[in-house]
Design a protein around this ligand. Structure first.
Ligand SMILES: [Zn+2]
Ligand SMILES: [Zn+2]
Length: 134
């Protein structure tokens, strides 16, 4: 089995298309499903018109009726995401995400009585963690 990177799945019912690039799935969605999907920026995410968040992941498969629109929604800038794999925790403040990260993942983030002003963290593998991306 070859590992060709992450896959993006078409969320429309009955469609089994998958692509290795999000841009191909956006294009597919526009051309085949008439979804009027716009290409996202860093501060936006997708929602179906019924309010479901669409990440084009495997569990989003078969979740949209044909013709249902996918809307591009502005991310609330105050949302912070837990950077740990498999963890979907998101919080409205850095403080909460730090607390979560310490409590659940044993990380050594600042305690909640420290200033929550923006700062950068790095994982031990050298990846910058800004809590702004999943
Ligand atoms: Zn499709
Ligand atoms: Zn977490």
């Amino acid at each position: 089995m070859t590992n060709s990177g992450p896959s993006y799945y078409c969320p429309y019912k009955g469609c089994t298309k998958e692509y290795t690039s999000p841009y191909l799935i956006y294009k597919h969605s526009r051309e085949i499903h008439n979804s009027e999907l716009a290409t996202p920026t860093k501060s936006t995410f997708f929602k179906s018109s019924s309010g479901k968040v669409i990440n084009f992941k495997i569990n989003d498969r078969n979740s949209l009726d044909p013709g249902e629109k996918i809307l591009l929604v502005q991310k609330n800038d105050q949302t912070y995401y837990c950077p740990y794999k498999g963890c979907t925790k998101e919080c409205g403040s850095r403080r909460t995400i730090y607390n979560h990260s310490r409590a659940v993942h044993n990380s050594e983030l600042p305690t909640s009585n420290m200033s929550p002003r923006p700062q950068l963290f790095m994982s031990s593998s050298g990846k910058v963690i800004d809590f702004k991306s999943k």
